[in-house]
Design a protein around this ligand. Sequence first.
Ligand code: SF4
Length: 86
Amino acid sequence: MCTIDDLRNAVINGITKADAEEFMTECDFKDLARVASELTRKITGGDTATVVNNVVINYSNICVAQCPICAFYRPKGHPEAYVRTP
Ligand code: SF4
């Protein structure tokens, strides 16, 4: 079981991958969110939050997995299937 002070100390001293895995499984989510918010305020100096916007360009929408929740994939030979080339 970890405490919010464990999280704050980790933010100050740095964390390993093992620490991060332990925190994600052992710590209270609200404590994680609170410390993340504290760190954001410390870095930005206020109420500014930033995000990273990634763009993923798929080279193909052909997929054999056919997950039932997916609206992206098309089977090979489908009229909307595509493969991009450089
Ligand atoms: S989510 Fe869609 S694209 Fe991804 S593996 Fe499943 S069917 Fe394929």
